[in-house]
Design a protein around this ligand. Structure first.
Ligand SMILES: Nc1nc2c(ncn2[C@@H]2O[C@H](COP(=O)(O)OP(=O)(O)OP(=O)(O)O)[C@@H](O)[C@H]2O)c(=O)[nH]1
Ligand SMILES: [Mg+2]
Length: 607
C-alpha cells in the first residue's frame, strides 16, 4: 500500500467515525436512545445487558436467572421492549436487561438496534449471548455493531495524552520507539477533525483507531462476557473447545446448566466491593452490604451512596478488611461513636420512609426528632416484621454465603418471595447453637396447606439481629406464588450471669478480702459448666482475669473451631460483721502493721 493510499485509508476511517457519532446524537434522524420500553430506570448496584441476535435465548436466560418473566419463543423478534430483571448474588443487586434482538446494521439506524445499543452503553457489563449452533461470525458482527456505537469491549482506555491548543502546530511524542502511528498519520487524523494545534503523547503503542477514540472522547470501556447458549445441542468435545476461549461462558439456559457459573462470572467481571456496617459490640449485618464498584469505593463514595449530605457531618470510619493495613484502634471512644453514627445513618437512609423524612427535615431537625424518640413512620422495633411481607422479594444473601464463598449461590439465584419472622432464643442456645421449630400458622401466609412448622438449625455464636434464611421451605401458594424463603431474625435473651461483647464473655466473681490478700482458687461459671481459676495473692478489686478460649464459638464468622475469651472481674467482699475472734485477729494485724509492716510510701498495709 502506498503512503497516499494509507493516508486515504486513515482519513476514511476518521470520516466514518465522525459520521457515526452524528448518527448517535439524538437530533440525527428518528429514534434516539429512549424509545418505548427503553426508559428502564437504573436500579441496584450494577447494570448488565444481554445483547445478541434474535432467538439465541436471551429471554430464556433472563427468566431462568432472575425469575423475571420475559417472553421466549421459537420465532424471531419475540422481545420488543427492554425487560429488566434482578440478580441478587452475594449481597449485591445486579440489574439484568434483556435487550431485543440486535440485527446487522443496527448502528446505522436499522431496526430497533440503535436503542438497544444506546441502552447497552449505560451498562456496567455486557453479555453477548451467542447460539453455539449459529456461525461464530455472529460474534464479530455484534462486536462490530457495538464498536460502531463507541463501545469498547474488554479494553482499557488508551493511554494517550491529547490536548488541543491555540497555536504551535502539532507536537507529537511517544514513549515507545518506532510507534505504529507516525507523525504523518497523527497529522492526517487530526486534520480530519480540523485540529492543527495540539499536543499528542503516546504512553504505549497504539493504532489509528485508538487515537480516533481519544479525539472523539465519547467512548465507553465496558467488560464483556460471551455467554454461549444451547450447549445441550453440541458434543462434549466441542464444548471443551468453547470452554477454553477467554471471556467465554458456555451455558444452557433451557436446562439451567452452568447458570451459577455465569452469575459468578458476572459478579467477578463487575469487580464489586461489598461493605458491611457494624454497630459496636455486634456482628456486622451480613445481609445488607453497601455495594460499590472497585474503582469508586473510598469512604467518601460509601457516604455518598448512603446520602449526599452525609459527608458533611462525617468525621471518620473504622475500616476492617483484607486491604486495610492496621486494625482500627479499639479504645478510641470517639472513633466508636462515629462509627455508630454511620451505622445509624445507614439504618435511617436505607429505610425509604425515614429517608424521606430526613430529606424533608434536614440533618439537625431529624436528629432532634430521633433524640426525642419520634418516628417518621414505619419501623416499630425488631418484631414489627413478624408476618408476611412480599413485593421486594429476597433480601440479600445469608451470612453463610458470604462466609463460605457462596456455596448456596446456585439455589439463590431465582427470585422467590421471602416471608419474615423473628424468634427469641436463650443466651445459652445462642452460644451453644440449637435446633428450633418455627410455627408457621402464626405468620398468616395463605396457601400453606399441611405445612405447619419448619425446623431451624441455629449455629453456635449467633447474636441478636442475626438473620437466617431458610430457602424454599414455604410451599407454592395461591395466584401462582412460587415456593418461598423464610427469613428468621434472631433475638437473644439476656443472661443473669454472662455479659457478651462480640465473642467475649464477661462474668463477675466475688472473692473474700482475706482470699484476695492471700490468693485462692475459685469456681467460675462458664458456658460449659464451672471451671477452677487461680486468684493470685494481692488481687485488687476490679482486677480482670482472662480465660482464653472460654468465650463464644466463632464458627459463624468463618473461624471454625475458635472461640472468644472469658473475662472474670474480681469483686472483693469485705465482711459486714465480725465475730470476736476475727475482730481480734484484725486488730492484731492493724497494730502489727503500724509497728513493723508499714511501707515506704506510707499508704499502709494494703497498698
Ligand atoms: N436447545 C436449546 N434451546 C434453547 C435454549 N435456550 C433457549 N432456547 C430456545 O431458543 C428459542 C429462543 O429463545 P428466546 O429466549 O426467546 O431468545 P431471545 O434471544 O430472547 O430472542 P429475541 O427476543 O427474539 O431476541 C426458544 O425456543 C427457546 O426455547 C437452550 O439452552 N437450548
Ligand atoms: Mg427475547
Amino acid at each position: 500500500m502506498s503512503v497516499l493510499e494509507k493516508i486515504k485509508d486513515i482519513e476514511a476511517e476518521a470520516k466514518l467515525a465522525k459520521l457515526r457519532r452524528e448518527l448517535l446524537e439524538p437530533s440525527a434522524g428518528g429514534g434516539g436512545a429512549t424509545g418505548a420500553g427503553f426508559d428502564v430506570q437504573k436500579v441496584g448496584d450494577a447494570r448488565v445487558g444481554l445483547v445478541g441476535f434474535p432467538s439465541v435465548g436471551k429471554s430464556t436466560l433472563l427468566t431462568k436467572i432472575t425469575g423475571t418473566f420475559s417472553e421466549a419463543a421459537g420465532y424471531e423478534f419475540t422481545t420488543l421492549t427492554c425487560i429488566p430483571g434482578m440478580i441478587r448474588y452475594r449481597g449485591a443487586k445486579i440489574q439484568l436487561l434483556d435487550l431485543p434482538g440486535i440485527i446487522e446494521g443496527a448502528k446505522d439506524g436499522k431496526g430497533r438496534g440503535r436503542q438497544v445499543i444506546s441502552t447497552a452503553r449505560t451498562c456496567n457489563l455486557i453479555i453477548i449471548v451467542l447460539d453455539c449452533l449459529k456461525p461464530m461470525t455472529h460474534k464479530k458482527l455484534i462486536e462490530h455493531e457495538l464498536e460502531g456505537f463507541g463501545i469498547r469491549l474488554n479494553k482499557q482506555p488508551p493511554e494517550i495524552n491529547f490536548r488541543k491548543k491555540d497555536k504551535g502546530g502539532i507536537n507529537y511524542t511517544s514513549t515507545v520507539p518506532n510507534p505504529k502511528l507516525d507523525m504523518d498519520a497523527v497529522k492526517s487524523v487530526l486534520s480530519e477533525y480540523r485540529i492543527h494545534n495540539a499536543d499528542v503523547h503516546l504512553k504505549q503503542d497504539y493504532e489509528v483507531d485508538d487515537l480516533i477514540d481519544v479525539i472523539e472522547g465519547s467512548r465507553v470501556y465496558i467488560p464483556c462476557i460471551y455467554a454461549v447458549n444451547k450447549i445441550d445441542q453440541i458434543t462434549i468435545e466441542e464444548l471443551n473447545v468453547l470452554d477454553k476461549l477467554p471471556h467465554y461462558c458456555p451455558v444452557c439456559a433451557y436446562h439451567e446448566w452452568n447458570l451459577t457459573g455465569l452469575v459468578e462470572m458476572i459478579f467477578d467481571y463487575l469487580k464489586l466491593i461489598r461493605i458491611y456496617t457494624k454497630p459496636k459490640g455486634k456482628l456486622p449485618d451480613w445481609s445488607d452490604p453497601v455495594v460499590l464498584p472497585a474503582g469508586r469505593c473510598s469512604v467518601e463514595d460509601f457516604c455518598n451512596r448512603l446520602h449526599k449530605s452525609l459527608i458533611k457531618q462525617f468525621k471518620y470510619a473504622l475500616v476492617w478488611g483484607s486491604s486495610v493495613k492496621h486494625r482500627p484502634q479499639k479504645d478510641d471512644p470517639t472513633a466508636a461513636k462515629k462509627f455508630q453514627e454511620v451505622q445509624r445513618a445507614y439504618d435511617t437512609l436505607r429505610d425509604s420512609q425515614k429517608r424521606k423524612a430526613y430529606d424533608r427535615m434536614g440533618h439537625e431537625a431529624y436528629e432532634n426528632m430521633e433524640a426525642a424518640g419520634g418516628s417518621p413512620g414505619g419501623q416499630d422495633g425488631p418484631f414489627a416484621g413478624s408476618g408476611p411481607f412480599s413485593g421486594s422479594g429476597a433480601q440479600g444473601a445469608s451470612m453463610f454465603e458470604h462466609m463460605f464463598g457462596g456455596g448456596l449461590g446456585g439455589q439463590r439465584m431465582r427470585m422467590r418471595p421471602t416471608f419474615q419472622t423473628a424468634m427469641m432464643i436463650s443466651f445459652k442456645d445462642a452460644v451453644k447453637g440449637t435446633t428450633q421449630t418455627v410455627d408457621l400458622s402464626s405468620l398468616g401466609i395463605p396457601g400453606l396447606g399441611k405445612k405447619k412448622t419448619v425446623e431451624l438449625n441455629i449455629p453456635a455464636g449467633v447474636d441478636s439481629g442475626y438473620q437466617l434464611r431458610l430457602e424454599g421451605v414455604l410451599p407454592a401458594g395461591p395466584q401462582g406464588r412460587p415456593e418461598g424463603d423464610l427469613m428468621v431474625q434472631i433475638e437473644v435473651g439476656p443472661s443473669p450471669v454472662f455479659r457478651r461483647e462480640n465473642f467475649d464473655l464477661y462474668v463477675d466473681v466475688s472473692v473474700d478480702m482475706v482470699d484476695a490478700c492471700l490468693g485462692t482458687s475459685v469456681d467460675v461459671p462458664t458456658v460449659d459448666g464451672t471451671a477452677e481459676v487461680q486468684v493470685k495473692p494481692g488481687t485488687q478489686p476490679g482486677d480482670k482475669l482472662r480465660m482464653r478460649g472460654y468465650g463464644v464459638a466463632k464458627d459463624i464468622v468463618g473461624q471454625k473451631g475458635r472461640r472468644g475469651d472469658q473475662f472474670v472481674r474480681i469483686l472483693v467482699t469485705v465482711p459486714r460483721k465480725l465475730n470476736a475472734g476475727e475482730r481480734q485477729l484484725l486488730e492484731q494485724l492493724r497494730s502489727g502493721k503500724t509497728s513493723s509492716s508499714e511501707t515506704k510510701t506510707g499508704k499502709g498495709w494494703f497498698s
